[in-house]
Design a protein. Sequence first.
Length: 397
Amino acid sequence: MKSLTIRDVIINKAASEKVARFFPWVYDNEILRYPQDAGRGELVRVCSPSGSFLGLGYINLKSTIAVRILSFVERPIDGEFLREKISKAWERRQSLMRHTNACRVVHYEADDLSGLIADYYNGYLSIQINTAGMENLRSGLLSALAQVINPRGVYERSDARSRAKEGLDAAEGVLFGEIPDEIVVEEKGVRFCIRMRESQKTGFYLDQRRNREIVASCVGEGFHVLDVFSNTGGFGIHAALQGAAAVTLVDVSLPALDLAAVNVRLNGLKNVVTAKADAFDYLDEAFKKGRRYDLIVLDPPSFTKTKSSRGGALKGYRRLMLAGLRLLRPEGYLALFSCSHHVSLEDLKRVSLEAAAETDSRLEVVEHLFQDRDHPYVINIPQSLYLKGVLFRKSLP
């Protein structure tokens, strides 16, 4: 990677204070002065109004997040920098790898590589390069990933929506080596099939790994389990392997359910069925038919990606909880999740309390649930905490 002269961006006092506390974003309305001919994704020095150094990052004036910090110390942003960051991230995941052969290696800003995701699946990598700055570092990133991890293949499935906001075209395909049609991964002995070309995002919801285990630990003898928004069956399959009598996986996506059926067979299960349906329709119909469950998992996709639509999202979670509680037997368990930064844990508990009041339910909080540790939450970066959940028990008064 060539060494370039790095120009200064001056930011306002409020932004300077945030960056000085290791917050890695500068918004477009926080910039006081910048190079008028700055290239998209160009590396820049970020400075306070007095001119003191705050960080090195890249600028993109097409984005609301105009500057993303890569380093809070002055140093070259080169191949050595990228290898160091990826090596550190990979080393931090090794304790997890004693129990699984799949993990997130790089998680955006939490690993000091804003705009990059890299997931490891049993010898293969699935990556997203979602910003102009990371796009400019593409060759160095791929070289560093190859040197540090030595994958048999690398597949790119970059987020088209994120890239469009950055003024970039969509990007998907094999970047290196061979990518098989199916890759089998394990987490504590539970097997899952990954199809990189067909799956959502980078292949699998690794962030729910620990939560799958926690929720399944509640399963008792004779339990009937309902896994709604099941995708490829993660929660339900864990529950079935813990001894559930019957498990139903509900999702609107037929390809996801086809892969869930593969996962059911991989784990030698006979007590799991799938249902292609809209989640809300299925919950309403199940209530009308008198079905009841001992464990229900409600893990919807993000109901909101912006603060302005948060109110509508909360109505959606409340409606889900109402429907779930009507189907839940006394002493049964219900797990509710949100994968949006804009919905807090307290939001989830508040709408759950409202639903409990409407259904005359008494809810005990068994666990607060968060993303697994290969998706780090850095307290200096509030946005890095996105996955929240609550495991409830519908206890008798």
